[in-house]
Ligand binder design. Sequence first.
Ligand code: C2O
Ligand code: CU
Length: 486
Amino acid sequence: MINPRLFFSASVASVFLAASVLAGIESKAPRPPRAAFQVPLPLLPVLEPTSRDATTDYYDVTMQVGQKEILSGRLTTIWGYNGLFPGPMIRAQRNRPVVVRQLNNLQESMSVHLHGGHTPPESDGLPYDLVGPGARKTYTYPNNQAAATLWYHDHAIDTTGRHAYMGLAGMYVISDPAEDGLGLPSGKSDIALMLQDRLFNFDGSLNYPLTDSTITTGVVGDTLLVNGAVQPYFQVARRKMRFRIVNASNARIYTLALSTGEPLVQIASDGGLLSAPASRSAIVVSPGERIEVVIDFANYALGTSLILRNQNTLFNPAIADVMRFDVVRDEVDNSSVPATLAASVTKRARRVDATPVNRTFTLEANTLNGRPVWTVNGKLYDVQRVDVSPRLNATEVWTFQNNSGLPHPMHIHDIHWQILDVNGVAPAPGDAGPKDTFLVPGRAMGVPGTVRVMGTFTDNVGDYVSHCHNLEHEDHAMMFNFQVQP
Ligand code: C2O
Ligand code: CU
């Protein structure tokens, strides 16, 4: 394998060389500035329904080309839901269905997946359930699940990595009365943050380098975006604020922490609230995962700036700063973070089926015609093959055993799971909530990394997928089908 560090630095150096030569001849424009904390945090626009009736909210979304000034003085062509990067946020209520009519105005086939949605197969956005150029598909989301931070993104077979990278990703938030009753920070103090890293060409266009090296490592950017802005700043009041964070990067794993050394108070993970708030000095968020944290800026004096840091240095280049919070004003704060968040999570965690069905999935690197591929149980993804067939209402324990040296953020569609252990150790409280995506550590010192998760297949029967959420691994076959039997 080519050493990815060598590969990246060589290619970056040649891009700079070419760029400076071009700049000298063709234009006086300097390299676009990418200094941190130059632009304010953009808030994600909330999509208005086209119509509502007694039971349902209806939305219309078009997948289309858009342009956005991400780097100062450059326009970047993106593919976005409604032409936006990131896509508009959809806000849903538990048990109130949402219908999204998607029109594909792009030149390639698409599939829209609601990540974290407990969705019937026909609306799940499976990789082979494609919407061709010019075609429409109506997705129905029942929202019969707890309040949670979800996201939607493209899931077209073999091309998810490039499609998501071009901008086809947006947030989807479900609320419910139980959560509303807790008094958590809400309204202007409830902020969604979508983290993505990207590479840009000199003209501002997105650079998606798909090579043997990036199929192995995943595509990693040198520029960190939060809600589509380069490492922004955000002016906040001296009060508690809730942040819903999704790692929408193709491959980069973040270890988030505050520059002040104060812990982050985590209140939720992928599938919704934790049983109780968990104070954590740093939180690992791998691609596809969501965390919700509360930061109490009343702990800081007016004029304080604190940085949300990324302590993960294993990706090249390492990017240490995510965004900056500037404490600029006082504000009355009536919100609270109760000591008990979700009683049902604890109950669910205690319920262990006497005879769960056990299945094991081994994760491995392989080659096909000399090119790198990724396998599950030694097999490449095959649309036609049903790999496992759990029964409706069965409780199953799935063991992911990682024989490769790289970690894999595994994602399972349809239901939420409880992590039993990671390398044999029970999860930290913040990782003990409902999960649909979890990082399976790499093989170390000859010992495979393992994660065991337990889940119960409720409500839905039919076809789903599970796959690595490193999108280049997913596109290079690290995926399998499961079919829930009635
Ligand atoms: Cu976020 Cu099957 O993916
Ligand atoms: Cu992977």
